[in-house]
Design a protein around this ligand. Sequence first.
Ligand code: PRP
Length: 210
Amino acid sequence: MDKLLNVALPKGRLGENVYKIFETAGFPCPSILEGSRKLIFENREAGVRYFWAKPSDVAIYVERGAADIGVAGKDILLEYEPDVYELLDLDMGKCRMAVAAPKNFKDDSRYTLKVATKFSRIAADYYASIGRDIDIIHLNGSIEIAPILGLSDVIVDIVETGTTLRENDLEVIETIVPISARLIANKSSFKFKQEQIEKIVREMSGHRKQ
Ligand code: PRP
């Protein structure tokens, strides 16, 4: 097995903040913040290789062992249920998974509810838990336009500031689950690179409490 610790970071601001914690934990690789289009960075002396992945792909790299550890949103972990260890709630990237609808929407239980979402499993589990029949319309983005155009009755999506909903005359009708970023690890890496991973977990737990 590769001795470097392979770390999948979610591309974007959250990933940059996470990198800074790794740096403090003794795994620096400053060239990563230089803003180039490069995606893989390594520092052999520090024993680490970082790469920028699409946030929704981080768990795939970690599950299959291409990354030893990574940072993924709880939304992705609930939706895809990757076979990884969830080591830590980083208390960053906080938002919620919610049902939203046009203002004045009234659910009529005589009809199957049409739900547009990128998170089909989360939506299906939620409505099964309340015993409501639904028809899921799986979309890949811009979910908010679905009820406006009559494609669906409601949406299940991530709400962070609420701006996207407000600007499209939608409102939250139910919060399904709070979401935040999690540190995840490949199961066999956790055994074989335990020392390095535990060092990072310790450092990250310290940061979380500040
Ligand atoms: C996410 C989410 C909402 C928006 C919520 O979209 O799907 O559309 O952010 O954020 P807000 O409450 O702060 O407005 P993202 O930018 O990931 O794009 P996409 O879902 O359309 O792909």
